[in-house]
Design a protein around this ligand. Structure first.
Ligand SMILES: [Zn+2]
Length: 279
């Protein structure tokens, strides 16, 4: 989301919004102000908080409004030079700009989970999806020991947006590997040195990913982003640090990869999928 916000913030401010439409069913989660309040308005900026995107606009009357956007896992925001076909079934939100250009929120797959909210400043200040977010994991997260002081495993704590905002599953594996910590180590069981190593790994891994995006992601913004992973979903391949074969634990809808040598003192963790089948 960081790179999406940066790219859009580089071109949208000052641009006029001709009209907004929502072909997606129930994609707009607010009704006051109505979506057409931003027709004829002007983009003023694009920012990010956690995995949420904040598209700032001023209405034709100069009223500031924010289009809060959550792409969930299958949504993409792209800025096209031409308008899309109205038959494009992936279209959820269309923001039409002059000269036929269009900022389009598309969502792939059958689940329609992405959403937008159009909020006045007072409603934005009270918006729960923002207010419940933990501090940003990048670029300068606070000291981790107090944040993670909970009996939950690190792999679950780190992707909990209310604990720390902005880390997805993919990067949790990369961060824990970089910090040489077991995904199942409890948050309240971290030594001071481990908590500091984790913080450093978090900043370094997320910084490296953003550097790759900076280099490779350009407008109109891709459908598929590069995934500069070294560990996540690399099970069976050699650990980039010690060359031990990486292992994985499979869950219903994702995989958690780790190095048994660097992270779990040689232990191979139980595969939850397998143990469920054997029950
Ligand atoms: Zn290793």
């Amino acid at each position: 989301m960081e790179i999406v916000a940066r790219r859009l913030d580089g071109v949208l401010p000052g641009q006029r919004l001709e009209s907004a439409m929502t072909p997606g069913l129930n994609v707009l989660k607010t009704f006051d102000p109505p979506l057409h309040a931003i027709d004829g308005g002007t983009f003023t900026g694009v920012g990010r908080r956690g995995k949420l995107l904040l598209v700032e606009l001023a209405t034709a009357d100069g009223e500031p409004l924010t289009l809060l956007t959550h792409l969930m896992s299958a949504g993409r925001l792209q800025l096209f030079d031409k308008r899309g076909s109205m038959r494009d079934r992936t279209s959820r939100v269309l923001l039409r700009l002059p000269e036929g250009r269009e900022l389009r929120l598309r969502e792939f797959g059958t689940r329609q989970a992405a959403w937008i909210k159009l909020l006045r400043p007072d409603a934005l200040a009270e918006e729960a999806s923002l207010n419940t977010l933990g501090p940003e994991a990048w670029p300068d997260p606070p000291e981790l020991a107090p944040l993670l002081a909970s009996p939950r495993p690190l792999h679950s704590l780190l992707r909990d947006q209310q604990v720390l905002a902005g880390i997805g599953r993919t990067w949790v594996d990369e961060i824990l590997h970089a910090a040489r910590l077991s995904p199942f180590k409890r948050g309240d069981d971290l030594s001071e040195a481990e908590a500091e190593a984790l913080r450093e790994a978090m900043v370094a891994v997320l910084g490296r990913v953003i550097d790759v995006y900076e280099e490779h992601v350009a407008l109109p913004l891709p459908e598929k982003f590069p995934k500069p992973t070294r560990v996540h979903a690399h099970q069976g391949r050699p650990c980039p640090r010690c060359e031990t074969a990486l292992e994985a634990v499979f869950y219903e809808d994702y995989v958690m990869s780790y190095c048994p040598q660097c992270q779990t003192e040689g232990r191979v963790l139980k595969d939850r999928r397998l143990s469920r089948l054997l029950k």
